[in-house]
Ligand binder design. Structure first.
Ligand code: KQY
Length: 364
């Protein structure tokens, strides 16, 4: 059994590395719930399999799956993807999985954040979420990594780090009363710094328009490397996303990171707007207490929601009008990596994208 540490990662010399640092693997979790994924999750399973295959060319991939889906999942994935039985309530390992940390001496541990399905009983996306709540501890057990149980509700998609002391997050999500209503902004910052081994939090305002996670930063902006941030962007001033992205850009351009550097902001075009079709909405089972999928609703589509793999960037193909432009920007941002697109509308229909369904394991 791996240890649960009572100290904080910062006290023990651990930090969350940037996603651009070397990886030894990637975790995903298999989709199956028919009240979030249309047509019994079949199209989503195909999309997840394509993401797993694309990442497996960069680093070993492990898929967490329920007992009931084990054989189906095994049959749909190539042998190089490891499949292990870990029950979940849905398939967002960025959010219910651990945040891995390194200590610079070969040590690897992980943070197990509290999870309340993006908002708890009143505004969360489903109930119950007890299986999700146990995922991080199980993944850490499989990885043989020690665990820190964090004292706040947080999903991994709500943070990005540059690995050199800077945390990027949004007020819309982390200051939302549906996460940690008893804590002030300063108290939340303190926990972030202590549990990510960081020194400075840079706050953006809102996340992507209509994002059901309450504005996860991983759909809005991310670090390409220290000092360089990719930001989703639209020139269309009529689009509510324009004001959100402009505010984020202004905050980034006015900020400095933990090392005192200013940020270079690289703009990625927003796909769409992309709306749920009638056929897509009809394919999702109705269920009490889950996020409804209605025809005509806008989805929170963003190319920023990519996986920054060891040797590959795996990005979502979302809109033929912008997919190639996004790929070109990513190739310039990551010249040493191969940039590969995977069809991702089926993942988007479930409420997130490639980054939300993956969790990197940094090289210890
Ligand atoms: O990180 C994410 N984008 C997760 C979204 C959860 C959606 C649940 N329907």
């Amino acid at each position: 059994m791996t240890a649960t540490h009572k100290s904080t990662p910062a006290e023990d010399g651990f930090r969350m590395p940037g996603e651009f640092e070397p990886h030894s693997g990637c975790w995903m979790a298999w989709p199956e719930r028919p009240d979030n994924w249309r047509l019994g999750a079949k199209p989503a399973q195909e999309a997840y399999a394509a993401v797993a295959v694309a990442i497996a060319a960069s680093e070993p991939v492990t898929m967490a799956v329920s007992d009931g889906q084990f054989e189906n999942c095994r049959a749909l994935l190539p042998p190089e993807v490891r499949v292990v039985e870990v029950s979940t309530d849905d398939a967002w390992i960025r959010d219910h999985g651990p945040t891995f940390l390194l200590d610079g001496e070969g040590g690897r541990r992980g943070v197990d954040w509290r999870f309340n399905a993006w908002g708890g009983r009143n505004s969360g996306l489903y109930f119950p979420w007890d299986r999700d709540e146990r995922v991080a501890a199980k993944v850490l057990e499989v990885e043989g990594a020690g665990r820190y149980r964090a004292p706040i509700v947080l999903e991994g998609g709500a943070i990005h780090v540059d690995g050199e002391g800077t945390v990027l997050t949004t007020e819309e999500c982390l200051l939302n009363p549906n996460r940690n209503p008893e804590l002030s902004k300063e108290q939340i910052e303190r926990v972030l710094l202590d549990y990510l081994g960081a020194e400075k939090v840079v706050w953006l305002g809102a996340g992507v328009f209509e994002d059901e996670t309450d504005g996860h930063v991983d759909n809005l902006a991310c670090f390409a490397r220290p000092g360089v941030v990719l930001l989703t962007w639209t020139e269309d001033e009529e689009d509510p996303q324009h004001a959100i992205s402009r505010d984020a850009r202004e905050r980034l351009e006015a900020a400095t990171d933990a090392r005192g550097r200013g940020f270079e902001v690289v703009l990625l075009p927003s796909p769409g707007p992309l709306l749920i079709s009638a056929e897509e909405a009809e394919g999702v089972d109705a269920a009490e207490g889950t996020q409804p999928r209605r025809a005509g609703d806008r989805m929170a589509a963003s190319y920023v929601n990519f996986y920054l793999g060891h040797s590959r960037v795996v990005y979502p193909l979302l809109d033929p009008r912008h997919d190639e432009e996004a790929a070109g920007i990513l190739r310039r941002a990551f010249p040493e990596r191969e940039v590969v697109g995977v069809p991702a509308r089926e993942v988007l229909l479930g409420g997130g994208n490639v980054h939300c369904i993956t969790q990197q394991v940094p090289q210890g």
